[in-house]
Design a binder for this molecule. Structure first.
Ligand SMILES: Cc1cc2nc3c(=O)[nH]c(=O)nc-3n(C[C@H](O)[C@H](O)[C@H](O)COP(=O)(O)O)c2cc1C
Length: 192
């Protein structure tokens, strides 16, 4: 089993990073192979709506996003760990998701990967943190993730939201947060 962890915060050793590391550690403890991608270290921009994917379902831009498509399509599980930025997904995560417009075209317009997608059994987790405690902003952001997972034929099976974690490392003071992240990595790798 291959689990892909996507860190969507530019803040290394911040709250998303800490939680993602816990989830991936649990996955490895359960025997899964893990790969962590720090998308803020990758060089790509968002969809430029050029229509280049309209006939092929393949994005014409060539950059660090290019190898990410096959990783997203072949992983048995995908974990996205991200903070809330201005009530939504951080820019690089939104750029990654928007670049999957070519996958949306392939699936829904060209029906190109239909057979392959139907066979896919992948699980997805969204781990999210924010400064404010209320979960209103999380609800907006999770919708984007839900649509993204659906496009990629990934079942949205795990979600964790922790508000009240503004400073790097605050998550360590939120009771049970690290344990919940560990459990979600374990559940995701099938070791329920
Ligand atoms: C650009 C930016 C925008 C932010 N917007 C929000 C927001 O709208 N609501 C909120 O509760 N926290 C907001 N925050 C706070 C972060 O969600 C919070 O600091 C979080 O812990 C960052 O996670 P990280 O440690 O994984 O980077 C924002 C932080 C930054 C840097």
């Amino acid at each position: 089993m291959k689990i892909l962890g996507i860190l969507a915060s530019p803040r290394k050793k911040g709250n998303s990073d800490i939680l993602l590391n816990e989830a991936l550690r649990a996955a490895r403890d359960s025997g899964a192979d893990t790969e962590k991608l720090v998308i803020y270290d990758m060089d790509f921009k968002g969809c430029i709506s050029c229509g280049g994917c309209a006939k092929t379902g393949v994005c014409v831009l060539k950059d660090d996003m290019t190898p990410l498509y096959s990783k997203l399509n072949s992983a048995d599980a995908v974990i996205i760990a991200a903070p809330i930025y201005f009530a939504g997904a951080p820019a690089q995560l939104k750029a990654m998701i928007d670049r999957c417009q070519s996958e949306w075209v392939a699936k829904y317009v060209l029906k190109k990967r239909k057979a392959q997608n139907e066979k896919r059994k992948a699980n997805g987790a969204f781990i999210c943190v924010s400064g404010h405690k209320e979960d209103t902003l999380y609800k907006f952001t999770r919708k984007t993730i839900e649509v993204f997972f659906k496009t990629m034929n990934i079942d949205f099976t795990e979600e964790l939201f922790f508000g009240g974690a503004g400073r790097a490392g605050d998550i360590k003071s939120i009771k049970g947060a690290l344990e919940k992240a560990y459990k979600s990595g374990k559940d995701l790798s099938g070791a329920k």
